[in-house]
Write a protein that binds this ligand. Sequence first.
Ligand code: TEU
Ligand code: CA
Length: 540
Amino acid sequence: MKEKWWHSSVVYQVYPKSFQDSNGDGIGDIEGIITRVPYLKQLGIDVIWLNPVFKSPDVDNGYDISDYYEVNPQYGSLTDVERLFDVCRSHGIKVIMDLVVNHVSDQHAWFQDALKGEESPYFDYFIWSKEDTGLKSVFGGSAWEYVSSLDLYYLHNFAVEQPDLNWENESMRQAIYDMMNFWINKGIAGFRMDVIDLIGKQPFEGIMENGPKLHDYLQEMSAATFKDKDLLTVGETWGATLDNALLYSDPERHELSMIFQFEQIGLDEIPGKSKWDLRTLDFMQLKSVFSKWQYALNDNGWNSLFWNNHDLPRIVSRWGNDAEYREKSAKMLATLLHGMKGTPYIYQGEEISMTNAYFDNFDDYLDIEAQNLIKERLDQGYEQEAVLKSLQTKGRDNARTPMQWDDGLHAGFTEGTPWMKVNPNYKEINVASALEDSNSVFYTYQQLIEARKNHRVIRFGKFNEIDKENPHVFAYTRTDASEQVLVVCNFFNHKARVTTQLDDLSDYKVIVHNGDEVRIEGDQLFLEPYEAMMLIKYKK
Ligand code: TEU
Ligand code: CA
């Protein structure tokens, strides 16, 4: 495998609206991000993934783009964005941007023109139907919206205000590639591609994900834009399976650097139902999903590693323990993930183990998906309590509360009124106090990032799961010719032990550990609740 810079990178995701406000309007902005670049440098990350900052009516927080070439004034100007790139560059940090090309905003000039009807050159940029064929939108309700002036329906996989683009139209595709080149020429280091596995859709055959021409389009896109530019491209692919994952990230095929696959993310959901219908996480399944992906991409292709993003609940609340063991379990989850092979992604606030918001008032859930859910489920007769429970556990708002910088007014996020409520636990959980405490979650993340930089084996070593049947501990080794790393994580709030089958356990040295003492007996390790460690042995 040819080594690429992003094989050795750690990415940090910035959700601009909630990161740092600089002008007191209560909305995070580019200038705010600029002031926090030194903080990100201190954490040690190499790349920022910036969620959409393009011109947008903000129906879906920027995922409804009305002009790809302009910056949403609430965030600043194009000049500010260029300044952000410069400041990042001077700190040795690259920036990748969101590429949202499955759909645009209904306010985009293309759609506005298309509404004139078939004579519009943009009419065919969208997908029209004479009838509602029964397809459902991800955000609830029908995926078809009726336009009375045309007596036609247009397709929207997401909000009504997010009409889907028709990738069958060649001039539309070319316009997208031109736009990508515009941003590449501004110096970005790559793209995170929003719901990219939908672009090959065949809605009239009921095919949304993984349509027949998906990979043709990606190869065409690559050839027209980033192919020879050494960029990081990561596809958001909810429909990824092991079978199709290699199609994306096999270097020979010149598609993407890697994808986000979501198999582990669905493991606490009732199969066949929605993300709101919960069941207890099956830890054995979690282990086997991670291992499966690690083994499959051991030699070819590349994994992305993430627990969180702006659509997911906070991991420490979800699969850790955000009460008694908040810091301990957050460190365990970090160690589990960052020891694996792939490119790790950290979502803002994860590094200080921010928790779910647990808002208990429907009005505090601002996300369009949440608002649609509340309406839909109350109409269907669900109990208020049940709907609230779903939102508290899985709502996207949990990830979107303002970043908690300090214990002052609005957690240091803004001097005005924040656009979204700050999590009331900011007095305890914030960056300032994390930086003061040498034992905080922040420094575990810093150590894990540092370890990845220092040890080639963490970047490229072969993954091997150990003590596979252990019901409480996820344990694995990473091995190359000169070093072996051992990662051991107790996923539970009780003691556990692991059998490593390594006869030289006492030769291993600690790189990262969330406990005081490593307790070894023979080839076994004894673990306290949520104890996790990363150990290393240098071969002679
Ligand atoms: O997400 C894709 C997507 O399908 C998510 O909406 C996810 O399925 C949802 O959270 C589960 O209910 C991407 C973006 O990450 C998301 O923020 C956007 O809203 C969406 O695309 C539309 O652009
Ligand atoms: Ca602002």
